[in-house]
Design a protein around this ligand. Structure first.
Ligand SMILES: [Zn+2]
Length: 392
């Protein structure tokens, strides 16, 4: 640890934070089943002398500590409460709900489903607030911890929070895994069904019909070669498209389909719904097809607005100030980075709220069997968070 760190070792509440993360991991919280973990977090914040702790109508849990300058817009520390399924237990060397301490190449780690995404980071957010209180300090502005439900299945908790927001927000800090670097955003998501019509006949006389699977095949071959035409955002990176689900109208093995459709999953910060439709049209060429909206809430319109999930430009004032404070706390300057995956930040972006990602979680650990988080990195993050709370 750097000697010039402004937070003495004994003021970083690492032990209690690790213990809290373990208890969070021992409390399963699949989407829609977050009540127990919300209650645990609320009782922890109450015992840590938060000024206000409350639940809302959809099961989100919130805690506020007043700042020295209460009139300033609040700093919000946001994480979700849910996690993905642990999957096949045989792929785990430990019980995924044990919160066991294991040793890795970089020292001790807490292991279990949700360690990096999102319970380790959640514990750091809560204990950075508690750490200041314990040191007899107040953050500069009001700080609100906001733990939201159902991020992994669409973001109902985040949407409810932002729609019902009744205080000013100066910055939302997402706890999604960023390895203690500063994430400026991520690409947006658009999923599109592309449907190819055919004429269904008995599979014994295929020449009498028109089998749409051949149209699909040539479409996918062209997509594979033409996807390089999709644009690139200078910070958020290259646009991608992945064909995922393929469906036909029939479940009979001896009937050729009346239609075939493929779901295209686009991730982009440089394309709009309209430019994606033009791209699909180029890929389809002479083929007959129709498009319809996939699973995401983003409508498939003619809008030319770019689809970025969220994006906070590197030259903005919040980036400069947050980066400087975190650097002082950690004793090293966080890199400016981006998320490959989508976050609840995309629900906040339309409201014009400044958003950044900063978290000790490791992106490579998210959603994998044997998920874990480095305790040393949690300590570094506690320092970064505490200094951000003091200065921002
Ligand atoms: Zn997450």
């Amino acid at each position: 640890m750097p000697s010039e760190s402004p937070t003495p070792n004994d003021q970083v509440p690492l032990k209690a934070c690790v213990n809290f993360a373990q208890r969070l991991l021992q409390t399963p919280s699949m989407p829609g089943e977050e009540a127990a973990i919300a209650a645990l977090i609320a009782s922890e914040m109450n015992s840590l002398n938060f000024d206000e702790v409350w639940h809302d109508a959809v099961g989100n849990v919130h805690g506020r500590i007043y700042g020295r300058e209460r009139e300033l817009p609040a700093l919000v520390l946001n994480t979700h409460l849910d996690h993905v399924d642990p999957g096949d237990p045989d792929l785990w060397s430990i019980d995924p709900y044990s919160g066991a301490i294991v040793s890795g190449e970089d020292g001790e780690r807490i292991a279990g489903r949700g360690a990096s995404d999102i319970k380790g980071p959640l514990a750091v957010q809560v204990y950075s607030m508690a750490g200041l209180r314990r040191a007899g300090e107040r953050p500069r502005r009001n700080v609100v911890f906001s733990g939201v439900v159902e991020e992994e299945i669409g973001g109902r908790g985040a949407i409810y929070w932002v729609e019902n927001l009744d205080y000013e927000v100066g910055l939302i800090l997402l706890g999604e895994p960023s390895s203690n670097e500063l994430a400026l955003g991520h690409r947006g998501m658009l999923s599109v069904w592309v449907t190819f019509p055919g004429r269904s006949v008995h599979a014994s006389v295929p020449e009498r019909g028109e089998n749409p699977n051949y149209a699909l095949a040539s479409f996918l071959r062209c997509l594979d070669t033409m996807q390089v035409e999709l644009g690139e955002h200078p910070i958020l990176g290259k646009s991608t498209v992945a064909p995922t689900i393929v469906e036909v109208d029939t479940r009979s093995k001896n009937v050729t389909p009346a239609w075939t459709r493929v779901l295209l999953d686009f991730r982009t910060a440089s394309e709009s719904p309209a430019s994606i439709r033009r791209f699909i049209d180029r890929v389809a060429g002479e083929l007959t097809y129709t498009v319809s909206a996939g699973y995401e809430s983003v409508p498939l319109t003619d809008s030319e607005t770019l689809l970025a999930g969220f994006y906070t430009p590197p030259e903005s004032e919040v980036v400069r100030r947050a980066r400087a404070a975190i650097a002082k706390g950690m004793g090293r300057t966080p890199e400016l980075s981006n998320y490959r995956f989508a976050t609840d930040g995309r629900h906040f972006e339309p409201y014009g709220l400044p958003i950044l990602g900063y978290s000790p979680g490791d992106e490579a650990e998210a959603h994998v069997a044997g998920e874990s988080i480095s305790i040393a990195r949690m300590e570094e993050s506690l320092r970064g968070h505490m200094q951000l709370l003091r200065e921002f």
